[in-house]
Structures are given as C-alpha cells and as structure tokens.
Design a protein around this ligand. Structure first.
Ligand code: NAP
Length: 275
C-alpha cells in the first residue's frame, strides 16, 4: 500500500456526486499528493466499510444520502454542531482508529450566502425557510448561530417543521404549507431547502409575489443552477444566491483536515465542478 492519503465520499447512489470533481480539482490546483473517490456503500455495509477504510489508506471521508444520520453511531468523537444537527457529512479517521465526525453543511450554507450576498445582515430581520428535511436542520443551526432573530419554517408535512421548533426553541415558528407565502411579508432572508425545482422533481408552486424587494433569497437546489424559485426572486428585484456554492464550501473543512491546505472557493472552482 502506498502512503498517498486517500479520501472519498460514501453514499448510495453516489454516481451523481460532484465531490470527486471538486476535491480532485483542489488536489490538482494545489499540487498535493492524494486521491478522492466516490464509494458506493449500502446501509448494511456501512460499519464494515468505515472500519476497513483506514487500512486502505483512507484518512477521512464525506458522507451523503442515506448515511448522514446512521454514521453518527460509529463515531468516537462528534463536534457540537454535528450533535445539534443529528447528522454528519465529514469524517476524519485518526491514527489510533477512532472516527471523528463533523457536519459542515451549515458552514457551507453560510459561507456561500456571505460570499454571494456580502451585504447580507443576519440580524436585520426574520428568515423564512421552505422545507424541514436534513438540510433545513443544518441551516437552522447555522442561521441561529449567526444571530438571525426569528426563523419561520413551512413544510408540506407540518409535524416535521414542528419537530424542528421543538428541538431548536423559541426563535422558531411554524406556518402551514398552504399559507407559506405569508411568511415572506416580513422575511429579509428567504431559503428553499425543499427538493422542489430540482431536475426531475416537482415545480415550486408557492406564490412568491409577497417577497420583499430587499430580501436575500437562496435556493440550495443547484441542478439547475438558476431554479424557477431564484428566477422569480430575481424578477422581484431580490438579491439571489444559487446553491452550488453551499456544496463547494461544505467541502472546505474536510479537505483542509485531510490534505493540509485550506482550499479556495472561487469562480475557477465553480467552473471546474460544472465542466
Ligand atoms: P430531505 O431530508 O429528503 O428533505 C426534503 C424536503 O423537501 C422536505 O422538507 C420535504 O417535505 C420537501 N419536499 C419534497 N417533495 C416535496 C413536494 N412535492 N412538495 C413539498 N415539499 C416537498 O432532503 P435534504 O437532504 O434536506 O435535501 C433537500 C434538497 O436540498 C435536495 O434537493 C438536495 O439535493 C439539496 N441539498 C443541497 C445541498 C447543497 O450543498 N447545495 C446540500 C444538501 C441538500 P416533506 O417533509 O413534506 O416530505
């Protein structure tokens, strides 16, 4: 076995993942020795794979659907943010065999928002969130951490939004999916965390005309890059930020820990991943 550090992304399905392109680009850009591959792993094989990877030269891995929650039970050390979110997307395999788990989705979301909308002020008003899935959880933790004073959530399945309110407390309120457009009246940050608008998924049908012109609007769906949600917001004059940057930024902490170089997320990185 060579000593070239290896990392990868564990998921199922995994062929669609852009992470190998992203990390491969960074390895090449910084002239670093290392490799990053997609690893298709079924739920049954998750623990065995995690135990075996270090002996194959793996120093860490990203984790994606469907393993982000399950992987937590195999971690020996978990960051506060991953504990709060209840899921991990970045693993570090320590020399002594222990597994360190982190969640960088909220970090990636926030870094993307700040890069795409540098004047965005988290404290300026409420945030409105469509959706209450795994990504919404990470984003809520990050928004609360950044000082957003109030977070309004609307989800098709209301109890899931209520569960988030129960977990994250007083700053959060829930509004019914059929009335979701009402949360837009006050919001200075508007976020789509549902899969609506993604290629192959249903359209986003909630009317958006109540959105404030000065709102910063972001969609975490990045295929297509300009979702109908973002196009509607742009037409209203809002500042919009697409979801690709969240994916790119969430990879930064892992890459830095594994390969010892903090990578840049810039236009060249975007183009490399889109090519
Ligand atoms: P998830 O846990 O499965 O949550 C999916 C969310 O979409 C739920 O709120 C779900 O509502 C809602 N939804 C799905 N179909 C719907 C429909 N027909 N009508 C209304 N709501 C619907 O998934 P996730 O991990 O949070 O990911 C959500 C999206 O974000 C995916 O498209 C994913 O690719 C994208 N994502 C992007 C990044 C990035 O880096 N940019 C990171 C993570 C995820 P119910 O609860 O009612 O089912």
């Amino acid at each position: 076995m060579t000593n070239i550090p290896r990392a990868g992304v564990i998921g199922n399905p995994i062929a669609h993942s852009l992470s190998p392109k992203l990390h491969g680009y960074w390895l090449n850009r910084y002239g670093l020795e290392g490799s990053y591959t997609a690893l298709k792993v079924t739920e049954d094989a998750l623990e065995k794979t995690l135990r075996e990877l270090p002996s194959q030269g793996f120093i860490g891995a990203n984790v994606t659907i469907p393993h982000k929650v399950n992987v937590m039970q195999f971690a020996d050390q978990i960051t506060d943010r991953a504990t709060l979110i209840g899921a991990a997307n970045t693993l570090i395999f320590k020399d002594d065999g222990r597994i360190f788990a982190d969640n960088t989705d909220g970090y990636g979301f926030m870094a993307n928002l700040r890069q795409g909308a540098p004047d965005w002020d988290p404290k300026a008003g409420p945030a409105a969130i469509f959706g209450a899935g795994g990504a919404a959880r990470a984003i809520i933790v990050a928004l609360a951490d950044a000082g957003v004073p109030e977070i309004i959530i609307s989800n098709r399945t209301r109890p899931k939004a209520e569960a988030l309110r129960d977990d994250f407390g007083a700053r959060i309120s829930v509004i019914d999916w059929v009335q979701a457009d009402k949360m837009l009246e006050e919001a200075n940050t508007v976020i789509n965390t549902t899969s609506l608008g993604m290629v192959g998924a249903q359209d986003f049908k909630v009317p958006l005309d109540k959105m404030r012109k000065d709102a910063v609007v972001t969609d975490i769906v990045y295929n297509p890059l300009k979702t109908p949600f973002l196009i509607a917001a742009e037409k209203l004059g809002c500042t919009t930020v697409d979801g690709l940057g969240m994916l790119l930024h969430q990879g930064v902490p892992g890459f830095e820990r594994w390969f010892g170089q903090r990578p840049e997320v810039d236009e060249a990185t975007r183009q490399a991943v889109l090519s």
